[in-house]
Design a protein around this ligand. Structure first.
Ligand SMILES: [Fe+2]
Ligand SMILES: [Fe+2]
Length: 317
């Protein structure tokens, strides 16, 4: 997803060059800055991806901007703690439809993400562009290639067969509920009308959570991230933790772009966040116009899907 001028822009110590000081709206300069945290340890995170591109250009002039802002306005008004609890319970049942991963990739072509100001290509191209770019730079991390392929499949929630949820309940940046809305969240001003604002328990930095409790214990706004996480988990995926973390939090830009809510993370989250920040650069990359020959790369991804289905294999061999 992306940030709308605010949507999803991401990143942390990333100087807030993507947000203005008081409105929290993105300054659309199209520049993506790699957070310092990513450049630590064993993670080699290049300034630009293998194709030499940077991303997430929320062009303030784009014709889609108003649509994006409206999507966030509704998101910020309607996503409450109770709403998310209810949606998780409902969709955890996984009673909508059964299909293969590749079928779902193709089905996603019917979806248009209104929160994304610059993604016009079919969704399957976005998935494959992201995966192929990562594959080129990280050829041995095959689990990451598959993670990229499936990370946005939760957007099927927009389709009638999956409940035809409104855009504000499927796409866009995500954020925690049950604690204060951080200023770094895009279009923060629209939270004024959110019913949770009248609950004193949700207005502090930690809210109903304990510091260091771990993100898995934090309720995050409902959307395609959490849904795909539930689908993968309930289907017994063998993807490593980092893969599931990427799927579940890749739209959590206040965390991985602005560094907000880190006080709720535990040690495992800190490790996984490094991979998410690497992944995010390639997710944004999909905005490029490079085309992927779907039929040509399909056999490789089918082999990964098959591997995913076989128990006990080590994804990081
Ligand atoms: Fe996404
Ligand atoms: Fe994506």
């Amino acid at each position: 997803m992306t940030v709308c001028v605010e949507q999803s822009v991401h990143d942390s110590q990333v100087e807030n060059k993507n947000h203005t000081d008081d409105t929290n709206e993105l300054v659309l300069d199209g520049e993506f800055v790699v957070p310092d945290a990513v450049v630590n340890g064993d993670f080699d995170c290049p300034e630009v991806n293998a194709f030499g591109q940077t991303f997430r250009d929320y062009d303030a002039e784009t014709e889609r901007q108003k649509q994006v802002e409206e999507c966030y306005r509704l998101n910020h008004i309607h996503q409450t703690y109770e709403y998310v609890k209810k949606m998780r319970e409902e969709y955890k049942k996984l009673d909508k439809l059964e299909m293969s991963i590749w079928e779902c990739c193709e089905l996603l072509n019917e979806v248009v993400d209104e929160s994304d100001p610059d993604l016009d290509e079919p969704q399957i191209e976005h998935l494959l562009q992201t995966a192929e770019a990562i594959r080129k730079d990280y050829p041995h991390e095959d689990w990451l290639h598959l993670t990229a392929l499936i990370h946005d499949l939760g957007k099927v929630l927009l389709l009638p067969r999956f409940g035809e949820l409104p855009q504000w309940a499927v796409v866009g940046d995500t954020h925690p509920l049950g604690c204060a809305f951080d200023e770094s969240i895009v279009y923060h001003k629209y939270f004024k009308e959110n019913p949770d604002m009248s609950n004193p328990a949700y207005q502090t930095k930690n809210g109903i959570y304990k510091e260091g409790c771990g993100l898995e214990n934090v309720t995050i706004s409902w959307g395609h991230d959490d849904y795909m996480y539930l689908v993968a988990k309930e289907n017994g995926t063998t993807l490593p933790d980092a893969g599931l973390f990427i799927i579940r939090y890749h739209s959590f830009y206040p965390l991985h772009r602005s560094g907000a809510y880190k006080h709720l993370m535990n040690e495992k989250d800190t490790e996984n966040l490094k991979w998410l920040q690497i992944f995010n650069k390639y997710d944004l990359y999909s905005k490029s116009k490079s085309r992927v020959d779907v039929e040509k790369v399909k056999p490789y991804y089918l082999s990964l899907i098959k591997k995913k289905n076989s128990d006990g294999e080590d994804w990081r061999q």
